[in-house]
Structure formats: structure tokens, C-alpha cells
Design a protein around this ligand. Structure first.
Ligand SMILES: Nc1ncnc2c1ncn2[C@@H]1O[C@H](COP(=O)(O)OP(=O)(O)OP(=O)(O)O)[C@@H](O)[C@H]1O
Ligand SMILES: [Mg+2]
Length: 343
């Protein structure tokens, strides 16, 4: 659905040029909710603005729904852009227009007749749950409701793709969840491809099918959300995951474990489980079979999009051969086992 091929973006800055994107290759399958996460300044907004060519890349190609946008003449580009809706952190609503009029705006600008506009806008307000607020002005509704207006307005031109740049960053956690659930519903019911930019792993965990991690203008890691959560490969990913999964042991636990490891007893492991292996008693089975001593230091069981997910830090001890066999057994059961060399 969306393909970026070797996309780079350079900006002229006071101290020379800034390379905001460096050789980005990215394929976003149709019908998915695709998350792009990164720290501040990583290039997320630049990347999302490149997808609809609000920012033309210095190099590379952008293909959306089979069309290379980078090669289109202006009139055709304008047409192609109608297939890409966008929502923003600060909503970008017109304060002098009602909820209804804000959603109707892109259709008015496209020259649509009043009754045809109503046939589009009213169902959209229903979809986002704002039928009762249609005559209110932006100042008279909450932040979550404003974002619902933003979503309805983005959907008015019946796009195939919805781009979201930190659309929930200005909202409290509960409102964030309700907006994410709305995006998920739209994704499933309308078959819309959603590209979701965020700096919060919580957002990725809640709704995304796949995720790409952006750092200093490069994609450093990408994959199915469950896989990335199970086995993050890049330091930036681990740091971002720190908000959702505790990769770091609490200080008190560290001190205790350090003493233990000095004596050479045991091995510090991180075990990550997903799907089936969460429900099966694989750990207790391993303990029984291989006569291990296992001390659970830290951990959590959570859900990623309705699928169980667990992460445990344990100190395991046993006969050397037995311990190795136990780890092989756990891996065979679908548990990701990572030996932590130090605390
Ligand atoms: N129009 C511009 N001119 C010059 N430099 C720019 C421009 N837009 C972005 N940059 C630079 O490109 C880099 C990436 O910026 P970008 O806004 O894409 O980051 P971001 O990941 O969206 O950050 P945030 O999470 O803070 O929104 C930054 O170093 C920024 O200063
Ligand atoms: Mg940004």
C-alpha cells in the first residue's frame, strides 16, 4: 500500500544541512495499523509528511496505492493526496466553524453540493460519536472530542490511508485509549491503512500490527509488534520499551543479585513469552525436568492486542548440563531466552 524506497530528506540549517531521513526503505501492507516510533527529533514528523509529499524527499521514491507520488504532476498529485487523510497532535480545527462545518470543509473546498456533503458528514459524525455535538464550536468540546472531529474530517474525502502524527499525545491516558480504539474500529470496518506516529510504546502496544523504530533518520528495527516486544534488538527499542516492559531491574534487586552472581551461583536470564507459552506451565515443567532452582526477580504479564505477553527476569541455578538443556527446552516451547551477563 505504501512504499518508501531509499528516501532521504535534507534540510538547510544554520550550521550546514541537516539530514532528517537517511535512506529509508519501508513497506506498509494494506489494511494494517503500522506504528512508527522514535525519540524526539528522530525524524518521525518528517517521515509522515513525506508519505503525502507535504515534504518532498531530497532523494528516493514514495509509492502509495501503486502510484509513485514523487513522479506525479501537480494536478494528479492533488488528486492522489485526497486518498491520504491526516490527523495531528493539536487537531488543527477552525475555531470559527462548528463541529459539522469543520468536517464538511474539505468537501466544500472540493466543490461538493450541500446535500451531498450532508450525506457524507452526518454518518461520519455518527461513526465518531459526535452527532449530538454537531452544532458546537471547538472551544465547547473536550480534547478527545476535538480529535474525533479531526478524524471525521480526515475521513470525509474517503481516503485509503490515514496518517496520524502524535494524534493522542495531547490527551490523557483514558481518552488516548478511546481514540486508539476508534482508529482500530475505522481500520477494521473501513479497511483503512493507518500509519501511526508516536513516541509512546504504550500506543504501539495498544493498536499496532507492525512497528518500525526510527532513530536519527534511520529505521533501526522493524517487525510484528509481538516479535519486537519479545526480542528487541536495538538499544533505542529497548529504551522505548522500558516504559511498558521493565528491562531494567529495580536497584534493590540489582544489589541482591550482584552479590549472588559474584559467588558464581546461577545465571541471570530474561524470559519472554507470547501466545500459547503464556498459558502453559513451561517454567515449572523446566524446573521439574531439569532440577533447577529458579528465583523470579522481576516480571509482568500483559496483553498486546488481546494476546497474552509475559516478561520475567529470573536467577536460575542447576547442574551446568541441566541448565543448558533447560534453556533449550524453554526455547523449543517458544520462550525467548536471553542470558543477561550482568545486572
Ligand atoms: N523544515 C525543517 N528545516 C530544518 N530542519 C528540520 C525541518 N523539519 C525538521 N527538521 C529537523 O529534522 C530532524 C527531525 O525532525 P522531526 O520533526 O521529523 O522529528 P520528530 O521525530 O517528529 O520529533 P518530535 O517527536 O519532537 O516531534 C530534527 O533535527 C529537526 O530539527
Ligand atoms: Mg514530530
Amino acid at each position: 500500500m505504501i512504499e518508501l524506497r531509499n528516501v532521504s530528506q535534507r534540510f538547510a540549517g544554520p550550521g550546514g544541512s541537516v539530514e532528517a531521513l537517511k535512506g529509508i526503505d519501508l513497506t506498509i501492507p494494506p489494511g494494517e495499523i503500522f506504528g512508527i516510533i522514535g525519540r524526539s527529533g528522530a525524524g518521525k514528523s518528517t517521515l509522515v509528511r513525506t508519505i503525502n509529499l507535504l515534504a518532498r524527499p531530497s532523494e528516493g521514491e514514495v509509492v502509495v496505492a501503486g502510484r509513485a507520488l514523487t513522479g506525479l504532476p501537480p494536478a494528479q498529485l492533488r488528486e492522489a493526496r485526497r486518498e491520504i487523510g491526516m490527523i495531528f497532535q493539536h487537531f488543527n480545527l477552525l475555531s470559527s466553524r462548528t463541529v459539522y462545518e469543520n468536517v464538511a470543509l474539505p468537501l466544500e473546498l472540493a466543490g461538493m453540493k450541500r446535500h451531498a456533503i450532508d450525506a457524507v458528514v452526518s454518518p461520519l459524525l455518527e461513526l465518531v460519536g459526535l452527532s449530538a455535538q454537531r452544532q458546537r464550536y471547538p472551544a465547547q468540546i473536550s480534547g478527545g472530542q476535538k480529535q474525533r472531529v479531526g478524524i471525521a474530517r480526515a475521513l470525509a474525502s474517503k481516503p485509503k490511508v490515514l496518517l496520524s502524527d502524535e494524534a493522542t499525545s495531547a490527551l490523557d491516558p483514558e481518552t488516548t485509549r478511546s481514540i486508539l480504539q476508534l482508529l482500530k474500529r475505522i481500520n477494521r470496518e473501513l479497511g483503512l491503512t493507518v500509519v501511526l506516529i508516536t513516541h509512546q510504546m504504550e500506543v504501539i502496544k495498544e493498536v499496532c500490527d507492525r512497528v518500525a523504530v526510527l532513530d536519527a533518520g534511520r529505521i533501526v528495527e522493524a517487525g510484528a509488534v509481538v516479535d519486537v516486544f519479545l526480542q528487541p534488538r536495538h538499544d533505542v527499542t529497548r529504551a522505548l520499551l522500558g516504559d511498558v516492559i521493565a528491562h531494567e531491574l529495580p536497584a534493590a534487586v540489582k544489589a541482591r543479585v550482584a552479590k549472588h552472581l559474584e559467588t558464581g551461583a546461577g545465571q541471570l536470564l530474561r524470559l519472554a513469552f507470547a501466545g500459547g507459552s503464556v498459558d502453559k506451565p513451561v517454567l515449572s515443567e523446566a524446573i521439574r525436568r531439569y532440577a533447577l532452582d529458579v528465583n523470579i526477580l522481576h516480571g509482568q504479564i500483559d496483553e498486546i492486542q488481546g494476546r497474552a505477553f509475559g516478561s520475567l527476569a529470573v536467577l536460575a541455578d542447576g547442574e551446568p548440563g541441566q541448565l543448558g538443556d533447560a534453556l533449550a527446552y524453554l526455547r523449543a516451547q517458544g520462550v525467548v531466552v536471553e542470558a543477561l551477563a550482568h545486572v
